[in-house]
Design a protein around this ligand. Structure first.
Ligand code: GDP
Ligand code: IMO
Ligand code: MG
Length: 427
């Protein structure tokens, strides 16, 4: 089987955790390739919920080796806590591997994320305040500490001392915060975290190439999504990594030709957490209804998600940016009660029609969506298990989206449970 990538096609929370869990039963390896604990991937198995942040969603299968790739930023305290929570629920985490090249999120990253958001005031991005942006910034400016540095006290302390000179100046002189102490951080990272993390640190690049050569099934689990991508998203309202499928290569060390099947995941409507443009946003009672029916509150941060109609303009762009081979559509059941469902099929601004997002953000901010209205099915879909059982209006809605997007929709989610996917691959 080819290496598969699961990538979000909207602004996150499309159900990547649930889809990864579903596909993982046929996988040998599941890899996270970017992001950090800004992600919240929820999986429901026989009524029991798991909310994963850093650990790949394949962890629930004992046959899967979960890998945290080099492109991820790791807060070791969060990772260990997540391991403890899973172990307490009876999940075996002993096969987890962490790339030595992944960067560490340090206490000053989290603090800088918090204070810089505060300084931005009304221009704040609405980050998760987990230190993601500052950690990736240090990676890019080459002053970051990596997971492998936990294995060498001398190097760890040396790099930390260098980093803290600038960070403490920033924290105390610009942001009026208390400076941080090398010994205190080293005591936690080297004294508490390192002994537990050390056995997990591995040459994940070598491991993954051996797995490909051995014909093993690999799944790349994206976090965040295409329009939160640092290069291709709605900058600056984006995250600081590359969730797009190309990021699966850089963030894992597999080559682009090793990635064959690219599954884009989309909600049957669309949500966004945090600030930024959102052409099809519903700020009325209908938006509230989607929040309620879809339980649209952040998996980790608990923040209310903004909701809107499905946007085929973005979906088409996601096909191009990720080389999508297919789509998995989730949360169709959330639309169950609606008599009419709208789909954005294009944008209009200053008399110009756009079938793909305008490259200039100022234009994106003023576009008006062009909608087509489809009849709703007004039927509870949550118990349905096969495509034949679905009402015609629901099948027509999926077919309409497929036609608009231009790639096959193979799976359709009708509820949060592991088994609540309807197979559309024969359609
Ligand atoms: P992720 O970040 O992409 O993994 O998505 P999240 O887990 O943050 O958010 C998706 C939410 O929708 C979770 O609470 C899932 O349990 C839930 N979910 C996933 N698929 C479906 C579906 O088809 N129907 C319904 N009703 N809920 C779903
Ligand atoms: P999953 O993997 C939805 C958003 C934040 C903010 C922006 C930047 O669960 O889909 P960051 O903390 O990354 O610097 O915040 O990105 N964001 C997400 N929104 N789902 C996520 O992850 C997100 N991770 C980050 O709300 O707007
Ligand atoms: Mg999420």
């Amino acid at each position: 089987m080819p290496t598969t990538v699961v990538v979000g096609t909207q602004w996150g929370d499309e159900g990547k955790g649930k889809l990864t869990d579903l596909l993982a039963k046929e996988m040998d390896v599941v890899v996270r390739y970017q992001g950090g604990h800004n992600a919240g991937h929820r999986i429901v198995v026989e009524g029991e919920a798991f909310a994963l942040q850093l650990i790949p969603s394949g962890i629930l299968y004992p046959t899967v080796t979960p890998v945290i790739g080099n492109g991820v930023v790791v807060d070791p305290g969060v990772l260990l806590n997540e391991i403890d929570v899973l172990e307490a629920k009876g999940v075996d985490t002993s096969k987890l591997m962490v790339s030595g090249n992944a960067h560490l999120i340090m206490p000053y990253h989290q603090e800088l994320d918090r204070v810089s958001e505060r300084y931005l005031g009304k221009n704040a991005l609405g980050t998760t305040k987990r230190g993601i942006g500052p950690a990736y910034a240090d990676k890019a400016t080459r002053v970051g500490l990596r997971v492998q540095d936990l294995l060498d006290e001398k190097i760890f302390r040396q790099k930390l001392e260098i980093a803290l000179v600038e960070k403490n100046a920033l924290l105390s002189r610009v942001y009026n915060r208390l400076p941080m102490d090398v010994d205190a951080i080293a005591a936690t990272y080297l004294g508490i975290y390192a002994p537990r993390i050390a056995p997990m640190i591995a040459d994940t690049v070598g491991f993954l190439h051996d797995a490909v050569a051995g014909g093993r099934n690999i799944l790349m689990e994206g976090a965040q999504a295409t329009f939160l991508d640092l290069d291709h998203g709605t900058y600056p309202f984006v995250t600081s990594s590359n969730p797009v499928a190309g990021g699966a290569a850089t963030g894992s060390g597999l080559g682009p030709r090793d990635l064959n099947r690219i599954v884009g995941i989309a909600k049957a409507y669309i949500t966004r957490v945090g600030a930024g443009p959102f052409p099809t946003e519903l700020t009325d009672a209908l938006g509230d209804l989607l929040v309620d029916r879809g339980h649209e509150y952040g998996t980790n941060t608990g923040r209310r998600r903004r909701c809107g109609w499905f946007d085929a303009v973005m979906a088409r762009q996601a096909v191009r940016l990720n080389s999508l081979t297919e789509i998995a559509l989730t949360k169709l059941d959330v639309l169950d009660t609606l008599p009419v469902i709208r789909v954005c099929v294009g944008y209009e601004a200053d008399g110009v029609r756009y079938d793909f997002p305008p490259y200039h953000q100022s234009v994106l901010h003023k576009v008006t969506p062009i909608y087509e209205d489809l009849p709703g099915w007004e039927t509870d879909l949550t118990q349905f298990t096969s495509m034949d059982q679905l009402p015609t209006a629901a099948k027509d809605y999926v077919a309409f989206l497929e036609n608009q997007i231009g790639v096959p929709i193979r799976l359709v989610g009708v509820g949060p449970g592991r088994e609540q996917f309807v197979d559309f691959s024969q359609s």
